[in-house]
Design a protein around this ligand. Structure first.
Ligand SMILES: [Zn+2]
Length: 431
């Protein structure tokens, strides 16, 4: 039977959300955590965006070194040939890309304003796919933006054209969260049967159904004989009402009445990392986890009413579908309530060494090494505006060269990548 894979898009859809963002170090930590969990792929950023270049290349290097593995790193691009060319110029090591273009008449007419027809959309997409393969891509996925408002016959034509040009997956974007579980089941099944390639489900929560539509769509795709790929974000952070939440989606796939034991994940997900990844994303985005969030909300395992509490004490299965331990919850966490030494942008070597050695048992080779890592920690603080978590500090201590690369943001380039960035000292404001 075909399987279901998770492609997390926190580092693309999540960070492009209004009012929210992550530093490059935080994005890297997200990739590390996703990889630890066993998530299949991370849509890790925008290869044509200048300030992403160092981050993208550093993360690809971490993957090459086996630090980020088995997670596959994939970049998001417009299905525009010149964008694909620029992406491979700026991030030559990139091997996996998704190319996106609008397919609904609403968007073709409303966004392109008569400059493009359906035929142009097909031509742009296939030319972009060809270009990506010519420049070294190993896998190319194509995204149909606003697929849920796209005429099904045109969507099938789009998918078939992509397949003919070697695309490995079609991303069905429910961009506005318009689908419901019944409609997306039918469409997912029709696409799988008639396009004959794996389908990605990218669902939004504007009608409160992102997880439901994701799993229903996946079921349609599987019943149509193809592998299904679900796009998620951590804590559901995404455009407007957000995307399908990673933890809730995997819980739904593994615990719900008609999925549990019947559908198989393509790569096993270690759910015991759920608490850690959800907490980190909440801290990094600065967005609290809702109290009633599935699995990781403060009330997800809290019981007060007499009947429920009595039932839980007799047997947790009376009122819980799954245990908190499965999600990595239940351990006591140390919260400082008194004196505390923090690492920040103005920290000194003595406080920093204390944090690293006493709290994390990390010992530097010598004072010089400690000083160099401290300097990087200071810069990381300048970018994230909040104290780094222990795993970020350890990351910088372990991979100082990578950290330096992540922290290097030089807004002076000719648009063709870090090799061509001009020396800032040679620049001056012409006052
Ligand atoms: Zn989206």
């Amino acid at each position: 039977m075909p399987k279901i894979y998770i492609i997390d898009v926190t580092n693309r859809d999540g960070v492009q959300t209004a009012r929210l963002g992550l530093s490059k170090l935080e994005k890297t930590m997200v990739n590390m955590y996703l990889s630890e969990m066993g998530v299949f792929q991370s849509e890790f950023g925008f290869p044509t965006t200048k300030h992403e270049t160092n981050y993208l290349r550093a993360n690809l290097r971490l993957a090459e070194l086996g630090v980020i593995t088995p997670l596959r790193l994939e970049g998001w691009l417009r299905a525009v040939t010149s964008d694909v060319e620029l992406a491979f110029k700026m991030v030559p090591e990139i091997k996996h890309v998704n190319l996106s273009i609008s397919t609904s008449d609403q968007m073709i007419n409303g966004k392109f304003k008569g400059k493009k027809t359906r035929k142009d959309v097909l031509n742009d997409m296939t030319a972009a796919v060809d270009t990506a393969y010519r420049l070294g891509a190993e896998t190319v996925g194509v995204n149909a933006e606003d697929a849920s408002r796209t005429d099904l016959e045109f969507l099938i034509e789009y998918g078939l054209a992509a397949r003919e040009h070697g695309a490995v997956r079609l991303r069905y974007c429910d961009t506005l969260g318009y689908d419901d579980p019944f409609s997306i089941y039918e469409t997912g099944r029709a696409l799988a049967e008639r396009v004959g390639m794996p389908i990605e489900l990218h669902c939004h929560g504007d009608l409160g159904m992102a997880v439901a539509t994701s799993i229903a769509g996946a079921r349609g795709v599987i019943d149509g004989g193809q592998d299904a790929y679900i796009n998620t974000t951590i804590n559901g952070i995404g455009e407007r009402a957000g995307n399908a939440d990673l933890i809730a989606t995997v819980l739904a796939l593994t615990k719900s009445k008609s999925f549990a034991g019947k559908y198989e994940l393509g790569s096993p997900i270690d759910m015991s990392k759920s608490w850690k990844i959800a907490k980190f994303a909440s801290y990094a985005f600065g967005v609290p986890i809702p109290i009633n969030q599935p699995g990781v909300g403060a009330n997800a395992f809290a019981h007060e009413s007499g009947i429920h509490a009595d039932g839980i004490l007799k047997d947790p299965h009376n009122y819980e579908l799954y245990g908190c331990e499965e999600l990595g919850r239940g351990d006591a966490e140390l919260v400082e309530t008194g004196r505390e030494i923090c690492a920040g942008e103005y920290s000194g070597i003595s406080g920093f060494s204390h944090i690293m050695s006493d709290r994390m048992a990390w010992h530097f080779k010598d004072k010089e090494e400690a000083q160099q890592v401290l300097e990087l920690v200071r810069y990381a603080n300048v970018l994230s505006h909040k104290p780094l978590v222990e795993e970020e500090l350890l990351f910088i201590a372990r991979y100082p060269h990578t950290a330096r690369r992540l922290l290097t943001l030089t807004p002076l380039g000719d648009g063709t990548g870090p090799d061509h960035i001009l020396n800032p000292l040679q620049q001056d404001d012409a006052l």
